[in-house]
Structures are given as structure tokens and as C-alpha cells.
Design a binder for this molecule. Structure first.
Ligand SMILES: [Zn+2]
Length: 265
């Protein structure tokens, strides 16, 4: 009997120690999730797909742990005013596929906000084929207009170019023209940007400030730490993949995120 009591006390002590460690390490952090396709597999790179059922489970998990998703503008405001970012996070979708609409009712159910970064030329064409991705149907401007109650729209450039390889002139054009078209078509301010392929040009800050963007997200992994000289133009994100599409490396990379949400810190 003594042995059992000792084991129970030992386990409680261990869990409490882990919780305190996780709490102290992650209490001042938030996170930005990145998704591409919310759909059953349609061809191309499998890891870019999250099934609508899985997305629903992920959102439910976060909701039950007390998290609420806010727009990028709201997260930025919290960080700038040094307000608590505990239990708030952002959801982002890259490119602007039509299957983004599969997330709408799920987000609405939890009163979650999200951001979609639009590849403008692709949505003008209706379809687009990316490297590792078979031709995909893109969302239309009209469909985007109907989801602005939940979604903030950001630019993902006009041509989805590797910005690190462009001339200064073409780089400015990608940023300014995409913003101009989106603002005109959607009649809304475009304040946020996302680098295609996660490729960041050398003078990123200068051009983004010039074109009046407030934030930019990368494909670099990481949580958002408050008070850590955060660069709003190099925001890291978390890719929460389907378990069956997750490699061991992906699991290890996301371990800080899993610890944080498991302990609801
Ligand atoms: Zn992209």
C-alpha cells in the first residue's frame, strides 16, 4: 500500500513540475497557425492538406482549452500595448484555395477569426498549379467578400514569386500591385503580408514599411514571444499537420507548441 501511495505522490509531483516548467516557459507566448488546403487529398504534396474533420477537431481542442483566435491586427495590438497574449492565437491560410470555405462554418461556430493571404493572379485566373501541387481551384473575389466577417485578407503577392530573387522594382511592384487590387476588389484595407515559399528578401523591412504593411509572416517555425524584440515583419508560424502526414522531425519541431496547448498555458 505504501508503495502505491509513493507512486501516486511521485506521479503528481512529476506532473506538477512539468506543468510549472511549461507555465513559466510559455505563459507569455502566442502562436500563428498556417494552413494551405482544408480538404480531402486532391493530389500533390500530401502534407499541405488538412481534412475538414481534422481542422474541426483541432479547433475544438483549442476552444476547450480556453484559446480564442483573433485577427493578426488584434494580436499585433496586444503585443504593441504589452497586453497579455495568453490564450489568444491566430489562424492563417496561404494562397487562397476555394476549399478555404470548408473552414468558414467551423470558425464561425467557435467565433474564431482568421487571415487568408491571397495570391492575387491565381484568384483572378480561378485555378493555379504550384510546385508539388496539382491545379487547384482558387477562391473568387465574390466568395472572399462573403467571408469578411470572419476573415481578414492579406497579400501573398501578385505572382507568388520568390521575392529573394527579384529586382527592387519588381519586388515593390509585387507588394504594391497586389495590395492595390485587393483593396479595390474587396473594399477593405490590406495590412498583412505573407512571403511566398517563405523566402524573405534582404531589404524586407524597408519595402514592407514603404508599402504600408503592418506585419509579415514566414514559414519559419516558432511561437510568438512577448517582449523579445519581436520583428513584426518576420513572424514565425506553426504548421499543425494531419498526424498521418507528420514526420518524426515535424513532431519534434512542434514539441513546444504541443506542450503549450496540452497544458493549456
Ligand atoms: Zn504560397
Amino acid at each position: 500500500m505504501d508503495k502505491i501511495i509513493k507512486k501516486v505522490i511521485g506521479t503528481i509531483f512529476l506532473l506538477l513540475s512539468i506543468y510549472i516548467f511549461v507555465y513559466l516557459k510559455y505563459k507569455d507566448t502566442s502562436f500563428i497557425l498556417v494552413y494551405h488546403r482544408i480538404s480531402d487529398y486532391q493530389g500533390g504534396l500530401k502534407s499541405l492538406y488538412v481534412k475538414p474533420e481534422t481542422f474541426q477537431k483541432q479547433m475544438n481542442f483549442l476552444y476547450l482549452r480556453g484559446y480564442r483566435s483573433v485577427s493578426l491586427s488584434e494580436l499585433k495590438e496586444h503585443l504593441e500595448k504589452n497586453l497579455s497574449i495568453k490564450k489568444i492565437f491566430c489562424i492563417t491560410f496561404d494562397d487562397g484555395y476555394e476549399d478555404l470555405l470548408n473552414s468558414y462554418n467551423i470558425l464561425k461556430k467557435y467565433n474564431f477569426k482568421a487571415t487568408v493571404y491571397v495570391h492575387v493572379k491565381a484568384i483572378k485566373d480561378g485555378y493555379h498549379s504550384y510546385p508539388y501541387m496539382s491545379a487547384a481551384k482558387m477562391i473568387s473575389f465574390n466568395q472572399l467578400k462573403n467571408i469578411l466577417d470572419i476573415f481578414e485578407v492579406g497579400s501573398h503577392t501578385l505572382f507568388h514569386s520568390d521575392l529573394s530573387q527579384l529586382s527592387q522594382q519588381n519586388l515593390s511592384f509585387e507588394l504594391s500591385e497586389s495590395k492595390k487590387i485587393l483593396e479595390k476588389e474587396l473594399n477593405t484595407k490590406i495590412n498583412h503580408f505573407c512571403y511566398p515559399f517563405g523566402k524573405v528578401p534582404k531589404n524586407y523591412k524597408e519595402v514592407l514599411v514603404n508599402e504600408k504593411y503592418q506585419t509579415a509572416t514566414t514559414l519559419k517555425h516558432g511561437l510568438i514571444y512577448r517582449n523579445k524584440n519581436l520583428d513584426f515583419y518576420l513572424l514565425p508560424r506553426i504548421e499543425w499537420k494531419e498526424i498521418k502526414n507528420m514526420s518524426f522531425k515535424d513532431f519534434i519541431k512542434n514539441f513546444d507548441f504541443y506542450l503549450k496547448i496540452l497544458f493549456a498555458v
